[in-house]
Ligand binder design. Sequence first.
Ligand code: NZQ
Ligand code: ZN
Length: 397
Amino acid sequence: MPMLNFTYHNPVKIVFGRGSIAQLPRLVPADAKILMIYGGGSIKRNGVYDQVIASLKRNPPAEFNGIEPNPRYETCLKAVEQVKAEGFDFLLGVGGGSSLDAAKFIAAASVYKGKNPWDMMTNWARVPADSLPVGCVLTLPATGSEMNGGAVVNREETKEKLFFNSPHSFPRFSILDPEATYTLPSRQTANGVVDAFIHTTEQYLTFPADAPLQDRQAEAILLTLIEEGPKALAEPRNYDVRANLMWCATQALNGLIGCGVPQDWATHALGHELTALYGIDHAQSLAVVLPGMLRHQRERKRAKLLQYAERVWGIVAGTLRVPQPGPEEEDARIAQAIERTEEFFRSLGVGTRLSDYDIPAEAVELVASRLEKRGVKLGEHGDLEKKSIVEILALRV
Ligand code: NZQ
Ligand code: ZN
């Protein structure tokens, strides 16, 4: 298949490096009425809050805090009320993907013309057609939210975890200071590596589209994550390692590696259901699903899995002690590459089985039924049905 047609437009200004939070006054419009959106207080403990406040002392922001990991719709709506009541015209998201996504959602919901902002997540005809401007200060490299137009929000009432993607929701700028990530607990550092890794595989482990550049960009991200991830856990205050991880995570989901190639995203769809139902971290849900997805879909992903085995894990013909070169030996290479992937996640401390998170076997049927009910077409061929989803998750019990 030839490369697919595409339009690529990414307007986010990235300001990267040590000390870059001090540039905020140059990035935020001088007369902006700013509402700063953040989470449970990690930014107060690690000095990021103080840096933001110090740099904006001429135009101090108001604050909305308490955004949960896997941000809640109900909480975001409270912020929307505050934006409307007090007339804020610029939102500054400070934190990880949850705070950034919440800021994007609140910014869009504050100017949404329809009755119910949840429609933005459920109805493609109603994705945000407008938004207040948003700026970001990122403290957790993982989601790519700092350089894309996506936002994922959870609705407690219905236990739904849904997203929108809108060209109006790209941040105006994102500040990426690797030092802001020094205080990440190991669990969150590992989550970030796994999330970025799986953003990359969602756009790479499909079928060939004669896109050698995009393939090699994806492989560069995967190889860098494999090299740098363990170092970040061993040396949390190593600037170079943190900087490389941060840039990897941004590159994994800013649209670039997905240009002109088929994309999967089924692992994310299943993972979001697991988080919505059982509250596990986003990356944990992905680490559970991906090995099952790859094993189940190994024939359809065969060419790319062989390429992945060779270029990312160095598993080439003749590496494994399988008697005859040929299809069986190739099968063994693919199996080995998937095992190495799972081992990599586990080596970072991220569990890869439902049982690692005490999720009961009923989850298999429940997740598949919920996705079926929603009528979503999953996978790079858009044809993964309930039966396959059950089989994939059954591999992960
Ligand atoms: O609550 P705070 O104080 O912010 O603490 C957070 C939270 O407890 C903490 N943390 C963040 N930076 C820290 C820190 N702790 C110490 N030092 C720091 N520097 O880490 C915890 C997790 O934060 P969270 O923002 O929830 O994590 P993450 O960045 O992994 O974001 C996950 C959310 O993003 C969505 C996920 O579904 C999930 O809701 N995603 C967003 C995407 C997008 N917008 O494109 C794509 C992704 O696939 C993903 O779905
Ligand atoms: Zn993700």
